[in-house]
Design a protein around this ligand. Structure first.
Ligand SMILES: *Cc1c(COP(=O)(O)O)cnc(C)c1O
Length: 376
């Protein structure tokens, strides 16, 4: 069976973990955490980074930082992972779901403004498949209405909008290093603080609501409880693993792009004949080869193809159930029709894409897909 994903070890993960363990400091915010922060600040020019134990945690920190309170409204796409939503629901927000664009699954920026009310506090954008949302338009809307923008950049490492790294454009950005992402640490994430007004409070929330950072910097004599917070920082063991991955980021990205392009070439005839629809990448976005997905003509064909692939030893998958129609949110939803979100969830199919996937396997997967469509 070809799995959907296989975590890739670059080689130095165990060595760095051993180094962290032997150093005698394995709780958070040590040498490897600093190395990871420095890496991102240097490579992407991010203002301030804080590693977290997941992207979910980074999103939860973002919700606390922008001070989401009971009844505040946040606008976000329905076509996303639950964490984008949960973080804000946990703080009492009312979710206002927006539809996806009709050419790719990101939030339709033109649908945002009419969803704004006096209670709106933030716009959450999700760079699905590492493809950028139309950030100039979104930031302009946010500035005009004095709203915060949080980027769920879980899938968007090393991807750019008009030359600017994703995660570095909104007030706050959130990354994931879950084992299914391009760069991994098992579970793991990172919050990017682009708006310096949040910097000091971010350190406090990160360290369980204490002013431990000021204490270590010698600014206060003892540290104490000064705000709400949680245990958002990962241990040095996780940071050590992540650092080994970061040292190989360019190699990983190059390989993933090669695999992406190979799929593209192999399946181009199906796209040309209209059997499948390739993903659209707008000219203002780069492609970070996080996912290779395409759309089938309808749900029936998509499900048949999934079964056919599994029968042939290929584990392909689909997602997301639009959040507005989920079991949890269904009853709370205002019943507006979000047709593009629903349409993607019915027609999307994602095929295996991971570092160790061989060209022979990509050929086999593509051949199997083409064979399926011969009879269609
Ligand atoms: C993976 C993912 C998350 C969650 O990341 P974790 O690190 O697993 O918490 C959130 N949003 C999106 C869009 C994702 O793809």
């Amino acid at each position: 069976m070809i799995p959907f994903n296989k975590p890739y070890l670059t080689g130095k993960e165990i060595q760095y973990i051993e180094q962290a363990v032997k150093s005698g400091k394995i709780s958070g915010n040590g040498e490897f955490t600093k190395k990871c922060h420095d890496f991102f600040q240097k490579k992407y020019g991010f203002n301030k980074c804080l590693l977290t134990t997941s992207c979910t945690d980074a999103l939860e920190m973002a919700a606390i930082l922008i001070d989401i309170k009971e009844g505040d409204e946040v606008i976000m796409p329905s076509f996303t992972f639950v964490s984008s939503a949960n973080a804000f629901v946990l703080r009492g927000a009312k979710l206002v779901f927006a539809d996806s664009r009709n050419d790719f699954p990101n939030i339709n920026e033109n649908s945002i403004e009419r969803l704004i009310t006096p209670r709106t506090k933030a716009i959450i954008v999700v760079h699905y498949a590492g493809v950028a949302c139309e950030m100039d338009v979104i930031m302009e809307i946010a500035n005009k209405h004095k709203l915060f923008v949080v980027e769920d950049a879980a899938q968007a490492i090393d991807s750019y909008y008009k030359g600017n790294p994703l995660g570095g454009i909104g007030h706050l950005g959130c990354f994931s290093f879950h084992e299914t992402k391009n760069v991994i640490s098992g579970e793991g994430g990172m919050l990017i603080i682009n708006d310096s007004r949040f910097s000091k409070r971010a350190d406090i929330i990160w360290e369980k609501g204490t002013n431990r950072k000021e204490f270590f910097n010698g600014e206060v004599k003892k540290y104490e409880w000064v705000d709400i917070g949680s245990s958002f920082l990962p241990s040095e063991i996780i940071a050590a693993f992540l650092y080994a991955q970061l040292e190989n980021l360019d190699i990983i990205q190059k390989k993933r792009k090669e695999i992406f392009n190979f799929y593209y070439t192999e399946l181009e005839e199906l796209s040309k004949s209209g059997k499948i629809q390739f993903q659209t990448i707008p000219c203002y976005s780069t492609n970070n080869a996080h996912l290779f997905y395409f759309l089938c003509s309808d749900e029936y064909v998509r499900n048949e193809l999934l079964t056919y692939l599994i029968d042939n030893g290929i584990y392909a998958v689909f997602h997301y159930q639009p959040l507005h129609s989920s079991k949890y949110y269904n009853n709370l939803y205002d019943s507006r029709n979000l047709e593009n979100a629903v349409d993607y969830s019915k027609r999307i199919i994602r095929v295996p894409l991971y570092y160790e996937l061989t060209i022979t396997e990509v050929k086999y997967i593509s051949y199997t897909i083409k064979h399926f469509f011969l009879t269609k």
